[in-house]
Design a protein around this ligand. Sequence first.
Ligand SMILES: C[S@@+](CC[C@H](N)C(=O)[O-])C[C@H]1O[C@@H](n2cnc3c(N)ncnc32)[C@H](O)[C@@H]1O
Length: 390
Amino acid sequence: MQLLIDSPTNDVLVTTPKPRGRTIKALGVGKGDHANYLIQGDNLDVLKALMPSLQGMVRCVYIDPPYNTQENFAHYSDVAKHHDWLAELEERLVLLFRTLTKDGSLWISIDDLGLHYLKVACDRLFGRDKFVATIVWNHRETRENRRVFSFNHEYILVYAKDPVLFNSTRGDFPLSEEILARYKNPDNDPRGPWQSISANVQAGHAVASQFYDVVAPNGKRHFLPQGRCWAYNERRMREEIKQGNIWFGSDGNGAPRVKKFLKDVQRGMAPSTLWTADVAGTTTDAKKHIKSLFPDGHPFDTPKPEKLLHRILQIATQPGDLVLDAYLGSGTTASVAHKTGRRYIGIECGEHAVSICAQRLKMVAQGERGGISSEVDWRGGGGFGFVQAP
Ligand SMILES: C[S@@+](CC[C@H](N)C(=O)[O-])C[C@H]1O[C@@H](n2cnc3c(N)ncnc32)[C@H](O)[C@@H]1O
């Protein structure tokens, strides 16, 4: 079997017939280090060994731990007593949270049975103020008729080291075609396309200076509807009208509306908490992808689609940031990180660290075309180090 051992810059692939394990402490994960690592071993031991160099270094932790489904999969067992399952996960979560940078975030895939226990545990371990969101992911489009309900979604719990900092530094998505279509320029405003929003708002927290009649440039007076106040006080409103920021309709007689210019929309769209199959892929997509990479033998049973990880890394990281997945499975997180220029550490205890993850990442480095490859125009390159935990 051939495995890739990284060169110091990861630019050159060096192959060796045997995994030449380095001591885990010697991994180069500091800022400026370009190395990617696949580590075979129990994540608790590995995290403990790595903690001195990993603490505060990881921009995004993503984990997809066994959900305790009581199933024995071909590559790992998912049968545990509920208490043991949660206790083992908690032990690792504490360490994983410590690896985060100040603007870092932790994402955990989980199903309906585990979500609520895990949410309470995470709130207790990290603090309720570190909670960011629960994402609902439509992971299957086919119906599951054997059960009382067809489970068509999973969850992703999101926590951040500092949710305010995370919010101001996270990635967002370009405005959709649908939203862009709302921006028009019926008055040929030289500032470009705009859309209008109501100039009056609910009067709940209004102050006295927000109640007056607005006088349009053509002299028409506009009165407030019941229970509403103007968004600005009278002086500011006059100034906004003078600046051409208030729209009174194409004939000048319409109710005042505030012009919002496309050029001022800095951040694109905030990510929604509802992730449909078309934007984040499905488990069926993921299995087909793995099957195409490993046509012989039993495919990995529970892979996540690359689209899902791509979305997470787009929100949580920038190219060059370090990503950590401590339950690597078939290697999806590492594959997506590799294709999108993030650095990564993937930990997997099973034999498939070698038979699937390492082989998959080798294919990725050689320009593998599945998953998100066409979306990100992936053409190959880079490498990774393989380490077996002692
Ligand atoms: C649900 S799978 C992850 C699937 C992965 N997200 C993917 O896309 O392929 C969970 C993985 O965690 C691994 N695992 C379970 N306990 C572990 C431990 N203590 N240390 C390292 N890996 C572990 C299992 O072997 C399994 O491959």
